[in-house]
Design a protein around this ligand. Structure first.
Ligand SMILES: [Mg+2]
Ligand SMILES: [Zn+2]
Length: 210
Protein backbone atom coordinates (compact mmCIF):
# COMPACT_ATOMS: atom_id res chain seq x y z
CA UNK A 1 0.00 0.00 0.00
CA UNK A 2 1.55 3.34 -1.01
CA UNK A 3 1.82 6.14 1.48
CA UNK A 4 -0.46 8.23 -0.70
CA UNK A 5 -3.12 5.55 -0.73
CA UNK A 6 -2.81 5.11 3.04
CA UNK A 7 -3.14 8.85 3.60
CA UNK A 8 -6.23 8.98 1.38
CA UNK A 9 -7.77 6.01 3.19
CA UNK A 10 -7.12 7.63 6.56
CA UNK A 11 -8.64 10.89 5.39
CA UNK A 12 -11.73 9.05 4.11
CA UNK A 13 -12.10 7.20 7.40
CA UNK A 14 -11.83 10.46 9.31
CA UNK A 15 -14.39 12.11 7.02
CA UNK A 16 -16.83 9.19 7.31
CA UNK A 17 -16.38 9.26 11.09
CA UNK A 18 -17.34 12.90 11.14
CA UNK A 19 -20.38 12.25 8.95
CA UNK A 20 -21.55 9.37 11.15
CA UNK A 21 -21.03 11.41 14.31
CA UNK A 22 -23.10 14.22 12.81
CA UNK A 23 -20.23 16.67 13.13
CA UNK A 24 -19.88 16.83 9.35
CA UNK A 25 -23.56 16.58 8.49
CA UNK A 26 -24.92 19.26 10.80
CA UNK A 27 -23.96 22.29 8.74
CA UNK A 28 -26.17 21.14 5.87
CA UNK A 29 -29.04 20.43 8.24
CA UNK A 30 -28.58 23.88 9.69
CA UNK A 31 -29.92 25.68 6.65
CA UNK A 32 -30.91 28.44 9.02
CA UNK A 33 -34.09 30.36 8.42
CA UNK A 34 -36.03 33.13 10.09
CA UNK A 35 -39.05 32.30 12.26
CA UNK A 36 -42.06 34.18 13.51
CA UNK A 37 -41.94 33.91 17.30
CA UNK A 38 -45.40 34.76 18.47
CA UNK A 39 -47.20 35.06 21.79
CA UNK A 40 -50.44 33.13 22.25
CA UNK A 41 -52.83 34.73 24.75
CA UNK A 42 -54.00 38.17 23.64
CA UNK A 43 -52.11 37.81 20.35
CA UNK A 44 -53.36 34.68 18.54
CA UNK A 45 -56.32 33.90 20.83
CA UNK A 46 -58.39 36.08 23.11
CA UNK A 47 -56.94 36.33 26.59
CA UNK A 48 -59.77 35.38 28.91
CA UNK A 49 -57.29 34.77 31.76
CA UNK A 50 -55.47 31.50 32.54
CA UNK A 51 -57.33 29.61 29.82
CA UNK A 52 -58.10 26.13 31.13
CA UNK A 53 -61.11 25.03 29.09
CA UNK A 54 -60.57 24.29 25.38
CA UNK A 55 -64.09 25.60 24.69
CA UNK A 56 -62.93 29.07 25.78
CA UNK A 57 -60.38 29.28 22.96
CA UNK A 58 -61.31 31.94 20.41
CA UNK A 59 -59.03 33.11 17.62
CA UNK A 60 -58.29 36.81 17.32
CA UNK A 61 -59.31 38.37 13.99
CA UNK A 62 -56.62 38.04 11.28
CA UNK A 63 -54.72 35.41 13.31
CA UNK A 64 -55.69 32.48 11.08
CA UNK A 65 -55.00 34.46 7.91
CA UNK A 66 -51.64 35.65 9.20
CA UNK A 67 -50.51 32.16 10.25
CA UNK A 68 -51.63 30.66 6.93
CA UNK A 69 -49.66 33.26 4.99
CA UNK A 70 -46.56 32.51 7.03
CA UNK A 71 -47.13 28.80 6.35
CA UNK A 72 -47.31 29.43 2.59
CA UNK A 73 -44.05 31.37 2.82
CA UNK A 74 -42.48 28.38 4.67
CA UNK A 75 -41.72 30.69 7.57
CA UNK A 76 -41.87 28.69 10.84
CA UNK A 77 -44.53 29.99 13.24
CA UNK A 78 -43.41 29.27 16.79
CA UNK A 79 -45.64 30.05 19.74
CA UNK A 80 -43.86 31.04 22.95
CA UNK A 81 -46.22 31.53 25.87
CA UNK A 82 -46.00 32.23 29.60
CA UNK A 83 -48.48 29.97 31.40
CA UNK A 84 -48.10 30.98 35.02
CA UNK A 85 -51.59 29.61 35.68
CA UNK A 86 -49.84 26.25 35.98
CA UNK A 87 -47.54 27.54 38.76
CA UNK A 88 -50.54 29.16 40.43
CA UNK A 89 -52.43 25.85 40.46
CA UNK A 90 -55.19 27.25 38.24
CA UNK A 91 -54.58 24.73 35.45
CA UNK A 92 -52.52 21.59 34.96
CA UNK A 93 -50.11 20.57 32.22
CA UNK A 94 -52.92 18.33 30.93
CA UNK A 95 -55.28 21.32 30.75
CA UNK A 96 -52.58 23.24 28.91
CA UNK A 97 -52.15 20.40 26.39
CA UNK A 98 -55.90 20.26 25.76
CA UNK A 99 -56.01 23.99 25.11
CA UNK A 100 -52.97 23.74 22.84
CA UNK A 101 -54.67 20.96 20.87
CA UNK A 102 -57.78 23.14 20.51
CA UNK A 103 -55.64 26.02 19.23
CA UNK A 104 -54.10 23.68 16.65
CA UNK A 105 -57.55 22.43 15.62
CA UNK A 106 -58.88 25.96 15.10
CA UNK A 107 -55.94 26.86 12.87
CA UNK A 108 -56.24 23.55 11.00
CA UNK A 109 -59.93 24.26 10.30
CA UNK A 110 -58.75 27.45 8.61
CA UNK A 111 -55.97 25.82 6.63
CA UNK A 112 -53.00 26.82 8.76
CA UNK A 113 -50.74 25.41 11.40
CA UNK A 114 -48.47 26.40 14.27
CA UNK A 115 -45.08 24.76 13.71
CA UNK A 116 -44.23 24.44 17.41
CA UNK A 117 -45.47 25.51 20.83
CA UNK A 118 -43.26 26.29 23.83
CA UNK A 119 -44.58 27.28 27.25
CA UNK A 120 -43.20 28.36 30.59
CA UNK A 121 -45.27 26.86 33.44
CA UNK A 122 -43.50 28.90 36.14
CA UNK A 123 -44.01 32.09 38.10
CA UNK A 124 -41.27 33.52 40.34
CA UNK A 125 -43.68 34.05 43.26
CA UNK A 126 -44.80 30.41 43.20
CA UNK A 127 -42.02 28.32 41.72
CA UNK A 128 -38.97 30.57 42.03
CA UNK A 129 -36.93 32.05 39.21
CA UNK A 130 -36.64 30.19 35.91
CA UNK A 131 -34.82 30.86 32.67
CA UNK A 132 -37.82 30.34 30.42
CA UNK A 133 -40.42 32.92 31.47
CA UNK A 134 -40.51 35.68 28.86
CA UNK A 135 -38.76 38.06 28.47
CA UNK A 136 -36.10 35.52 29.43
CA UNK A 137 -34.65 33.62 26.51
CA UNK A 138 -34.78 29.96 27.58
CA UNK A 139 -37.69 28.92 25.35
CA UNK A 140 -36.42 30.94 22.40
CA UNK A 141 -32.98 29.35 22.74
CA UNK A 142 -34.56 25.89 22.74
CA UNK A 143 -36.65 26.67 19.66
CA UNK A 144 -33.69 28.21 17.84
CA UNK A 145 -31.64 25.06 18.32
CA UNK A 146 -34.42 22.53 17.77
CA UNK A 147 -35.63 24.11 14.51
CA UNK A 148 -32.44 25.61 13.04
CA UNK A 149 -33.73 29.17 13.34
CA UNK A 150 -31.71 32.26 12.52
CA UNK A 151 -32.62 34.45 15.47
CA UNK A 152 -31.30 37.73 14.06
CA UNK A 153 -33.58 37.60 11.01
CA UNK A 154 -36.59 36.37 13.00
CA UNK A 155 -39.59 38.34 14.22
CA UNK A 156 -40.78 38.61 17.82
CA UNK A 157 -44.46 39.48 18.09
CA UNK A 158 -46.98 39.82 20.88
CA UNK A 159 -49.31 42.04 22.85
CA UNK A 160 -46.88 42.66 25.73
CA UNK A 161 -43.42 44.18 25.86
CA UNK A 162 -42.06 40.92 27.30
CA UNK A 163 -42.94 39.26 23.96
CA UNK A 164 -41.04 41.89 21.99
CA UNK A 165 -38.03 42.52 24.21
CA UNK A 166 -36.17 39.31 23.19
CA UNK A 167 -35.83 40.82 19.70
CA UNK A 168 -33.46 43.40 21.16
CA UNK A 169 -31.18 40.66 22.48
CA UNK A 170 -30.93 38.99 19.06
CA UNK A 171 -30.78 42.19 17.01
CA UNK A 172 -34.05 41.08 15.42
CA UNK A 173 -37.34 42.83 14.61
CA UNK A 174 -39.85 43.09 17.45
CA UNK A 175 -43.45 44.13 16.90
CA UNK A 176 -45.99 44.92 19.60
CA UNK A 177 -49.59 44.30 18.53
CA UNK A 178 -51.55 45.97 21.33
CA UNK A 179 -54.68 44.40 22.77
CA UNK A 180 -57.08 45.76 25.38
CA UNK A 181 -54.75 44.57 28.15
CA UNK A 182 -51.56 46.19 26.82
CA UNK A 183 -50.36 48.91 29.24
CA UNK A 184 -49.86 52.33 27.63
CA UNK A 185 -46.25 52.56 28.80
CA UNK A 186 -45.47 49.31 26.97
CA UNK A 187 -46.87 50.77 23.73
CA UNK A 188 -44.71 53.87 24.25
CA UNK A 189 -41.66 51.72 24.85
CA UNK A 190 -42.31 49.61 21.75
CA UNK A 191 -42.65 52.79 19.67
CA UNK A 192 -39.23 53.92 20.91
CA UNK A 193 -37.29 50.66 20.99
CA UNK A 194 -39.11 48.33 18.57
CA UNK A 195 -42.21 48.62 16.39
CA UNK A 196 -45.98 48.71 16.82
CA UNK A 197 -48.60 47.26 14.45
CA UNK A 198 -52.37 47.45 14.65
CA UNK A 199 -53.08 43.88 13.54
CA UNK A 200 -51.32 40.63 12.65
CA UNK A 201 -52.06 41.40 9.00
CA UNK A 202 -49.74 44.40 9.29
CA UNK A 203 -47.09 42.13 10.81
CA UNK A 204 -47.34 39.78 7.83
CA UNK A 205 -46.88 42.71 5.44
CA UNK A 206 -43.76 43.73 7.37
CA UNK A 207 -42.30 40.23 7.63
CA UNK A 208 -43.17 39.05 4.10
CA UNK A 209 -42.53 42.02 1.84
CA UNK A 210 -43.66 41.81 -1.76
MG1 LIG B 1 -50.15 37.88 25.57
ZN1 LIG C 1 -40.18 29.08 33.18
Amino acid sequence: MSDTFRADANRDRARIGRVLSGEHARPSLRAIRPALFIDRDGTLIRNTGYIKNPNDVELIPYAANAVRRMNYALRPVIVVTNQSGIARGLLTEVDYERVRARVDDLFAERGGYIDAHYHCPHHPDYTGPCDCRKPRLGLFERAIHEHAIDAASSWFVGNRWSDVEPALHYGARGVLVPSDETPADEIDRARREAEVAQTLTDVVHMALPG
